[in-house]
Structures are given as C-alpha cells and as structure tokens.
Design a protein around this ligand. Structure first.
Ligand code: GLV
Length: 327
C-alpha cells in the first residue's frame, strides 16, 4: 500500500481520485487551509511514496530526504514549480509533475480582470464607495485610460500569454510579444501579434502583461531600468510570479506617475507585500487568485492526483517536469 502525503487541504476531487485508486488509508492529508509548518512537513512526510505539493511549501532536498528512499514523485498542484528544487529531485531520481493547461483560460481571465480594473480605476472607485465618500457622478472623477485600440505587450507568450492575447480581439488591440520561440505565422496573424524583443516591447506597449515562468533569467526582469524605458503612463499586469518584478521599484514608478497603474496578483514574498506598493492607490492588488475558480482548482487537484496514480502504477505520468528520471 503506497503512502501519499498531501501537504495541505486541497479540493476534494483530488483526494477522492487518490482514495479510489489506492484506498483511504494510503492518503494522508495535512487538512488545514494554511501553509504546512516546515517542522511538521519534515516529520509527516516520512515514508511517503508520493508528495502532493502546494505552492506554499518549499520542497527541496531536505524534504525529499525526510520522505526517504520510498519517494518517487512530487506532484505540484500548480503550473509553476519554482517552489520545488527540481535539480535535487532529479539527482534523487524523483519525478516532478505540474498541472499545465487546466488553468490557462482561468488565469488569462484574471489577467484581464486586473488589466481592466487597473486601466479603469475600479479598485480606487470601490474604496471610495465603501468609505461612503462618493459624492455622485463627476465630470472629473476617476478618469482612467482606454483599453480599446491600445498596444498590448505580452512578456512571455506561453499558453497563458496566448490565452490572454486571444481575449484582446474584442478590444481592437495591436499586440507585441516576447518569447523564447517565435509563434507560427498562423498564430501570429490569428492573434494580430508581432514578435518583438524586450526593448521594443517596453518602448511601444501601452499595457504590458507578464506571463513568463520564474527562472534565474526572469528574476527582476522588470525593475527600475525597465520602468524607465516603458511608455510614460503605461500599465503593468503581473499574474505570473512575484519575483519577476522588483516590487520596490514598481512602487516607486507608480508613485512617480511613470507608470499610470498596475494590476498585480503575485508578490516577491507572499503573503507579504512591500509597504510602498500597499500605499499605491493606483495598484490593484489581488491575493494570488489566478487559477482560483471552483472548476479549475478541482481540475488542478485531479491532474496532480492523476500524475501520482500513473507514477505509482508504473505508467507514464502525463505532466513530467524532469522526464529524464523516467528514462
Ligand atoms: C499558480 O500560481 C500556478 O502556478 O499554478
């Protein structure tokens, strides 16, 4: 009987799939809706064949060693896996899996929710209404910036970047994108998108939406130097990973009016947010909601479970991050 350790409470659909496959006694859930304390994680993970992991837990060599020789897979319930030390896993022959695709459209929706809120000052307006400070319609009140007809820059056009770009078609936008690999001409013309280097994206976009993974290369890809090169009054959206943006520099650019607004879902040190950014009225700040719909979170949980089930049954898991350990 395998032992599967789930690091915190997750949608029931994922647990159900695991218990159907291996029986309830196989599945041990730290059943709390908060991060699993490190000491507890290191203790409870012992003897696990599989870890069902969540972004709030750092899974590194120490955790893998605490699990012991039995550990075969860490299935992250997220598309990003920067919380996992992949080289440590590969070295130990442990497979890492993630949950791509199932959250693409949901995260792109959130990028647009932030984009529209930031451009049209919805957060500021809501705060005024809720403070009972609204004095009625005013010709000078809370004037934002149009989205329609503007240039949208997609920084890192993977699955979510493309889904975000597709949503722009009703807004008659021009689109620029950066990517490691250029899209096909068919996709470019369907998206009305043009391949650009970072310099051009910064110089020509009215709104930039970040969709790259967090890597050594993308850490602080947006800092004071980039904000200085962006259009005066541009808008920045980040639904990718917090450390891609230098939060203090972003706050300074928003405060100085260099950037008009920002819509941010992810932070450098979640759940902490830089106090200068918290003080920016022109920042719409969401609590890492990108994939947070009932249907998508259920699909993420069942996808993580499916990866575990396949691995423990000796089949090929659908979403390997370090497939070399399967060879
Ligand atoms: C969430 O942030 C994810 O990477 O799935």
């Amino acid at each position: 009987m395998p032992r599967i350790y789930v690091t915190r409470a997750v949608p029931e659909a994922g647990i159900q799939r695991l218990t159907e496959a291996f029986g309830a006694e196989s599945v041990c859930v730290w059943n709390h809706d908060r991060p699993n304390p490190r000491e507890n994680l290191l203790k409870e993970v012992k003897g696990a064949d599989a870890i069902f992991a969540i972004l709030t837990e750092r899974i590194d060599g120490e955790v893998m060693d605490a699990a012991g020789e039995s550990l075969r897979i860490v299935a992250n319930m997220a598309v990003g896996y920067d919380n996992i030390a992949v080289p440590d896993a590969t070295q130990r022959g442990v497979l890492i899996t993630n949950t791509p695709d199932v959250l693409t459209e949901t995260t792109a929706d959130l990028a647009w929710a932030l984009l529209l809120s930031a451009c049209r000052r919805v957060g500021e307006g809501e705060r005024i209404v809720r403070a009972n400070a609204w004095k009625g319609w005013g010709p000078l009140q809370l004037m934002g910036t149009d989205v329609y007809g503007k240039t949208l820059g997609i920084f890192g056009v993977g699955r979510i970047g493309q889904a975000t770009a597709r949503r722009a078609s009703g807004f008659n936008m021009r689109m620029l994108y950066t990517a490691r690999n250029r899209l096909s001409t068919e996709i470019e013309s369907a998206l009305n998108a043009e391949f650009a280097d970072k310099d051009r994206l910064l110089a020509e976009s009215d709104i930039i939406s970040i969709h790259c993974p967090l890597t050594d290369e993308t850490r602080h890809a947006f800092g004071a130097a980039e904000f200085a090169r962006m259009r005066e009054g541009a808008v920045l959206i980040n639904t990718a990973r917090g450390p891609v943006v230098d939060e203090a520099a972003l706050a300074a650019a928003l405060k100085a009016g260099r950037l008009r607004a920002a819509g941010i879902d992810v932070y450098e040190r979640e759940p902490e947010i830089h106090p200068d950014l918290m003080a920016c009225e022109n920042a719409v700040l969401a609590p890492h909601l990108g994939s947070a719909t009932e249907a998508t979170r259920a699909r993420m949980a069942t996808t993580a479970a499916d990866n575990i089930i396949a691995m423990l049954r000796g089949e090929r898991p659908p979403n390997p991050v370090n497939p070399e350990v399967l060879e």
